[in-house]
Design a protein around this ligand. Structure first.
Ligand SMILES: Nc1ncnc2c1ncn2[C@@H]1O[C@H](COP(=O)(O)OP(=O)(O)OP(=O)(O)O)[C@@H](O)[C@H]1O
Length: 233
C-alpha cells in the first residue's frame, strides 16, 4: 500500500526555490534514502512530507488523503499520533533523564506514567542504552544521545519515521551502528522510513535511493530511482 505520496510539490523560501515539482511514492514498510547535493531540497521535502511545511503548490497525501490542506493543528496531531521525527541533534530535553525523554511522547498522548516508563525502558533496551535510563543528556556521548532520540522517535510505534541526517553529527562507526539499529527496529515493526542523508554508505541501508538535485528528483536518465543491492526489495 502507498503510504505517502508527493505530487508536483513546489516550495520556495521567498525568492529561493527549494522544490520545483517533486513526485514521490513511499510504500508501507519501505525504507527510502533521500540523497543529493547540499541545497538540493532534501530537508524541505522531508518537512513537506511530514506536514511540518506546507507546499506552495502540489499535493501531499497520507494513505490517499490530502494532508497539505489540513490545518496546522490537524497536521500536528497526525505527527504526534502516526509519524515520528528524528533530527541530526536528537533534541533531547536537557533537564529530563533518558527514560523520561523517551516516555515523553507517550505521556503527551495520554498514556499512564507507569506504562510509559515501562515502554521507555523497553525501547532504551532495544537501542542498547538501558543502563543509561536515569542519566541526563549531558552525561551521555553523542552516540548514546542519538540512541535515546531514536528510542523516543520509535516508542509511539509510528507508521512513518522521518529522519533528517540522524547520524550526521556522529563519527562514521557510531553513526552506522545507530543507523543499523534504527533501520532494523523500523523494519521489525513495519515502519516506513524517510531518511535524509548525503552519505552514500548510509543510503546503502535503504530499499531505495531518491536523488534530489535542484529541487527535483534526478532520475539519472533512467526514468527510475536507484534500487539498492543492500535493501530488502
Ligand atoms: N529557512 C530557509 N530560508 C531561506 N532559504 C532556505 C531555508 N531553508 C532552505 N532554504 C534554501 O532552500 C534550498 C533547499 O534547501 P534544503 O535545506 O531543503 O536542502 P538540503 O538538500 O536539505 O541541503 P543540505 O544537504 O545542505 O541540508 C536551498 O537553496 C536553501 O538555501
Amino acid at each position: 500500500m502507498t503510504y505517502l505520496q508527493a505530487r508536483g510539490v513546489v516550495r520556495s523560501y521567498g525568492p529561493t526555490p527549494a522544490l520545483r515539482g517533486v513526485n514521490l511514492d513511499i510504500a508501507e514498510g519501505e525504507v527510502v534514502a533521500v540523497t543529493g547535493p547540499s541545497g538540493g531540497g532534501k530537508s524541505t521535502l522531508l518537512h513537506c512530507l511530514a506536514g511540518i511545511l506546507r507546499p506552495d503548490a502540489g499535493e501531499v497525501r497520507w494513505r490517499g488523503e490530502r494532508i497539505d490542506t489540513w490545518s496546522e493543528a490537524a497536521r500536528s496531531r497526525l505527527r504526534r499520533s502516526t509519524f515520528g521525527v528524528l533530527f541530526q541533534f536528537g533534541q533531547l530535553v536537557a533537564e529530563l533523564t533518558a527514560a523520561e525523554n523517551v516516555a515523553l511522547p507517550l505521556l503527551l498522548a495520554g498514556t499512564g506514567r507507569r506504562e510509559a516508563r515501562t515502554a521507555a525502558l523497553t525501547w532504551l533496551e532495544r537501542l542498547g542504552v538501558a543502563d543509561l535510563a536515569d542519566n541526563r543528556p549531558g552525561e551521555m556521548s553523542g552516540g548514546q544521545q542519538q540512541r535515546c532520540a531514536t528510542a523516543r522517535a520509535l516508542v509511539t510505534e509510528p507508521r512513518v519515521l522521518f529522519a533528517d541526517e540522524p547520524t550526521g553529527a556522529l563519527d562514521t562507526l557510531t553513526g552506522e551502528q545507530v543507523l543499523t539499529s534504527l533501520v532494523r527496529l523500523a523494519r521489525e515493526q513495519g515502519t516506513s522510513v524517510v531518511l535524509v542523508t548525503h552519505e552514500p554508505r548510509i543510503a546503502g541501508y535503504a530499499d531505495r535511493e531518491v536523488v534530489l538535485r535542484d529541487g527535483v528528483v534526478d532520475h539519472g536518465g533512467l526514468g527510475l530511482e536507484t534500487p539498492l543491492a543492500g535493501g530488502r526489495r
